[in-house]
Write a protein that binds this ligand. Structure first.
Ligand SMILES: Cc1cc2nc3c(=O)[nH]c(=O)nc-3n(C[C@H](O)[C@H](O)[C@H](O)COP(=O)(O)O)c2cc1C
Ligand code: SF4
Length: 618
């Protein structure tokens, strides 16, 4: 099959089609991700011949094209089946029965995960969290999402596909006749369990944008600042300040980018906003454009949410026809702003804003060195505001209801409401919009997760807490989260969870820096050693030392937070580790000193050790 397909891809007709794809994007190298996505969709792989054509048409080297093609998990240099089934391999899916579902697919197709059927019909593979933890186990079948899988459901899907049905037909008989919103909600339920005052209650159309147009851009920024709004993507930077920096940077081009990459395992709140509040999101981006003086916007949608693409495209088109995007928006002379949809292609790191910008520029999704920050030097070197989906939605509501209304909700330091995506061992997984300040215990009571033994707040890059600290608050000052709250019952194995999350970071590291690329592998192996009962007492210090090194020497937030599953469980579940340690007499003595081993790297990086407080640069 592979030879025949390769040969097919080398034909003149195939290369003409690749050239047509390039032309669709004006042969623009900055649209490389779009070009390669389309090549992948059409030919099921990006062959060497296709890369050559793309390179010559976009004026890049073949090496540069291959650098992009090989970076993203959803692009493949080897041919894939006409249908690719990507089973979500998150820990929640594993706990929800992924193994049995996998076995059902494997038996039905006669292949194992990682293989393609000999006739080239179906490929079966695993993929990290696809943002459906409330509906696990879930999978993508090409661009279609199937949720709440069981072995029976898997067998039925396999039979339909083997009988020649399209993935869409598995969802609904008349799928093509449905409107994009109905198509999306037929695939994935949104599970809104608690609608709060800001985002999920009634929202009047474009009221915020209209009010923003009655004010000067500076007044809009003042309002957003006064509301206390902080970014909802995890870091919690003050939104008004971010907009002000971008507005104050001297340039004739500025950009607004919406980060809809939502890849943190356990997070799915942006998925729900994108489905239920897409107009509010675009309204918020348009207000930001007005505030900072941007004419161009990009909505970066993670590849796993490709099923939402028709919905977003429809909303953008409708807003253009209504004069809410495009030139002279709502009749305001000179207020021009439009948005392009940029699909991602399966890379968690692209949620990091520098990597996201690289990806939008047609490059591999590698983070950029900071400073400079995107607000002064972002997309194509111009001032760029990158905000999370939820942040833009909040901004639109603040402009409608006023800064004080938002400021008065929540706590000092954490104003307004927050969407929490709750999943795992609870009766009511789903979305909860609550004012900041609820305790974990209160949230567990709402979700039917009172029996929890552990709760992971903020996803693997956040904090895992134990029952004795469930009174801690969901605020920026205590337990900050971009939205993920994952509940684990007492019968779950904490070390299994930690090892899984370390494997996630190993898989998702972009590989640029050695501490992150290599160190996380060592950490994962060390946790595996504990799980097997082979650890010795020195291994606990090893885990802490290596974690500190990775945090200290990594270039971006992924490496700076990847040891958190280990560190927070060492702090909050120490017995889990000590119970697996064998007495020293049974084991070899440790002879490897990680701090000495990396001392040269410290000197090069001019870093001071926070642990040993010694200046290594001297
Ligand atoms: C590894 C990594 C992944 C991230 N993923 C996301 C994401 O999926 N969505 C998001 O909004 N922010 C994500 N962030 C944070 C962004 O870098 C950035 O801070 C955010 O988009 C800014 O928007 P906000 O101020 O509205 O939160 C991630 C950061 C890191 C380090
Ligand atoms: S810390 Fe990890 S993800 Fe970030 S740049 Fe370095 S290798 Fe890449």
């Amino acid at each position: 099959m592979t030879d025949a397909l390769d040969h097919g891809l080398r034909t003149a007709a195939a290369q003409d089609q690749v050239a047509l794809i390039c032309a669709r994007y004006d042969n623009d190298p900055q649209r490389m991700l779009d070009i390669l996505r389309d090549v992948q969709d059409q030919f099921r792989c990006i062959s060497r011949a296709a890369m050559q054509t793309v390179a010559s048409n976009t004026g890049l080297t073949q090496v540069a094209v291959e650098g992009v093609a090989s970076f993203y998990a959803f692009l493949s240099l080897a041919p894939k089946g006409r249908v690719t089934i990507r089973l979500c391999d998150d820990i929640i899916d594993r706990f929800a029965g992924l193994d049995a579902v996998t076995a059902a697919f494997e038996t039905a197709f006669g292949i194992t995960v990682g293989q393609t059927t000999p006739d080239g019909a179906v490929s079966l593979e695993y993929t990290p969290c696809i943002g459906m933890c409330d509906e696990a186990p879930a999978a993508m079948i090409n661009d279609v999402v199937v949720t709440a899988l069981t072995p029976d459901k898997a067998r039925a899907i396999a039979t339909a596909l083997l009988n020649g049905q399209r993935p869409e037909d598995v969802i609904a008989d008349q799928f093509d006749g449905l409107k994009p919103h109905a198509q999306a909600t037929h695939m994935v339920r949104n599970n809104i369990k608690h609608a709060g005052a800001v985002l999920l209650g009634p929202v009047p159309d474009d009221a915020g944008l209209r009010k923003a147009l009655d004010q000067t851009p500076a007044q809009v920024i003042d309002q957003i600042t006064a509301s206390g709004l902080r970014g909802c993507g995890g870091a919690g930077f003050t939104t008004g300040q971010k907009w002000r920096f971008a507005a104050q940077t001297d340039d004739d081009r500025r950009f607004i980018i919406c980060n809809a990459d939502e890849g943190e395992p356990g997070t799915f709140k942006d998925r729900v906003l994108l489905t239920e509040r897409p107009d509010l999101l675009i309204e918020g981006m348009t207000i930001a454009a007005r505030a900072v003086g941007a004419r161009e916007g990009i909505l970066y949608l993670r590849g796993e949410y490709v099923y939402l693409r028709p919905l977003i495209q429809e909303v953008l088109e409708t807003r253009r026809t209504k004069g809410l995007l495009g030139q002279n928006i709502l009749g305001v002379d000179g207020f021009d702003f439009d948005i392009r949809l940029q699909m991602g292609a399966g890379a968690y790191i692209c949620g990091e804003e520098g990597a996201l910008i690289s990806s939008c520029e047609g490059l591999p999704g590698e983070p950029k060195t900071r400073p400079p920050y995107p607000v002064t030097c972002g997309y194509l070197g111009h001032p760029t505001v990158v905000n999370n989906v939820e942040t833009f939605c909040h901004a639109a509501r603040i402009m409608d209801r006023g800064a004080q209304w938002f400021f008065d909700m929540g706590t000092a330091g954490s104003h307004g409401t927050k969407l929490f995506s709750v999943s795992g061992d609870c009766i009511n997984p789903g979305i909860y919009e609550l004012p900041y300040g609820f305790s974990v215990r209160e949230l567990l009571e709402m979700t039917g997760g009172e029996d929890a033994a552990a709760v992971l707040v903020g996803g693997p890059s956040g904090t895992m807490i134990a029952r004795d600290t469930f009174d801690r608050k969901l605020t920026f000052d205590d337990l900050a989260t971009g939205g993920a709250v994952v509940v684990f019952s007492p019968d779950r194995n904490i070390l299994e969870i930690v090892e899984y999350y370390m494997s996630f970071f190993v898989h998702e590291s972009c590989g640029y820096c050695t501490p992150c690329r290599v160190g996380n592998v060592f950490l994962q192996k060390a946790v595996a050693k504990f799980r097997k009962g082979l650890a010795n007492p020195a291994d606990i210090a090893y885990l802490r030392d290596l974690s500190a090194t990775i945090i200290e020497t990594s270039r971006c937030g992924l490496g700076m937070t990847s040891p958190n599953p280990i560190l927070s469980t060492l702090d909050n579940f120490p017995l889990v580790y000590s119970a697996m340690v064998k007495p020293p007499k049974d084991r070899f003595r440790a002879t490897f000193d990680i701090q000495s081993a990396i001392s040269d790297a410290r000197v090069l990086a001019k870093r001071r050790s926070s642990i040993y407080d010694k200046d290594f640069s001297k």
